[in-house]
Design a protein around this ligand. Structure first.
Ligand SMILES: Nc1ncnc2c1ncn2[C@@H]1O[C@H](COP(=O)(O)OP(=O)(O)OP(=O)(O)O)[C@@H](O)[C@H]1O
Ligand SMILES: [Mg+2]
Length: 322
């Protein structure tokens, strides 16, 4: 027997509306998974993204919650849409934007957002320069993001306490309202460095209380960066020759210690440059018929020509054992 959840004495009990139409036939987890095809996204997330174990575990938890919610809805047990706003903290290039995109797909497949697209913005997209410009800008972005995920990169820049008349506050207030009232059609993900985000939440408790899930993206370990490199190359039909792999390992050791190191993004950039060098190397020999293997292989010299090795060699090469 089903008890109405919000029966008001003396009134006709109104069954709470489930936020997403639950399939009338779904009675098991397997059925929901089969109907939504959400497992394909979860598998992709596992297979294509290296490391990130804690993030992947949290996403599985969230997916599980949503699937069970669907089963509850099929039994008339659903209340209101769960709050799914999230905060992704981590250093640059740790996969926050990539995971947000996957998250949007998962939410879409489970029927939590209508369209499943991701709108990525920063402060400048939301906040105007002049009085009266911020509200229309923020509303326009929200309109574009409706039915999907709004990803706000470096969200703490919205709040500038040093400037008393900062228009960021106006954007925050509009966001807070929409995050509360339209949470069945829009998921907001705030992203940025952990420490600045913590300070932001301290000054904006309203925002903090609306964020249901905090996901921390760890820096990648050296072995993970190498694995990411291999994966990126494989999708582009390239590979590292064995001594190039060794050279790239040394490159990574140097790069990690440099300023502006950006995890997987730095790996991608380094590989792009190595491909340029490989192309120049092959280009220089006009009359050779290059084999498919030649064309796919990055050699050690394509890596070792990086400026990083030159700096290291003239600088503290000895201490680095180069
Ligand atoms: N775990 C991973 N496995 C494979 N590739 C990854 C992984 N994490 C990130 N990448 C790749 O690295 C690049 C940067 O990732 P992404 O843009 O998601 O990072 P980010 O945390 O949003 O960075 P930023 O803070 O600089 O915006 C992308 O090309 C992405 O595909
Ligand atoms: Mg990003």
């Amino acid at each position: 027997m089903h008890q109405p959840l919000y029966a008001i004495p003396g009134s006709t009990p109104v069954a709470p509306q489930p936020h997403a139409p639950a399939s009338p036939t779904a009675r098991t987890v397997a059925e929901v998974l089969a109907q939504s095809d959400v497992e394909a996204v979860l598998r992709e997330l596992d297979d294509e993204l290296v490391g990130l174990a804690p993030v992947k575990a949290r996403i599985r938890d969230i997916a599980a919650l949503l699937v069970i919610d669907k089963l509850r809805a099929a039994h008339g047990l659903a209340a209101q849409a769960p709050s799914l706003h999230m905060c992704f903290t981590g250093n640059p290039g740790t996969g926050k934007t990539t995971v947000a995109q996957r998250m949007a797909a998962i939410l879409h497949r489970l029927g939590y957002v209508r369209k499943g697209h991701l709108v990525a913005v920063t402060r400048d997209d939301l906040v105007g320069q002049y009085i009266g410009h911020t509200a229309p800008k923020t509303r326009e972005v929200l309109k574009r993001a409706m039915g999907g995920v709004l990803f706000i990169d470096e969200a703490y820049y919205l709040y500038r306490p040093e400037n008393e008349r900062d228009y960021g506050q106006e954007a925050i207030e509009i966001l807070l309202q929409v995050m509360e009232n339209q949470r069945d059609d829009l998921v907001v993900i705030l992203a940025g460095y952990a420490d600045r985000m913590a300070t932001f939440f301290q000054s904006n408790p309203g925002m903090n209380s609306r964020i249901a899930h905090h996901l921390a993206f760890p820096d990648y370990a050296a072995g993970e960066l190498m694995q990411i490199a291999r994966g990126m190359l494989a999708t582009q039909r390239y590979q590292l020759a064995p001594d190039a792999e060794q050279a790239f390992g040394r490159y990574l050791d140097l790069r990690v210690a440099q300023p502006h190191f950006a995890n997987a993004r730095s790996v991608r950039n380094a590989l792009d440059r190595a491909r340029l060098r490989q192309a120049s190397r092959l280009f220089a020999q006009r009359d050779r018929a290059w084999s498919a293997a030649d064309l796919q292989t990055l050699e050690a010299e394509d890596i070792l020509a990086s400026r990083l090795f030159q700096t290291a060699e003239t600088g503290h090469a000895a201490s680095l054992g180069l």
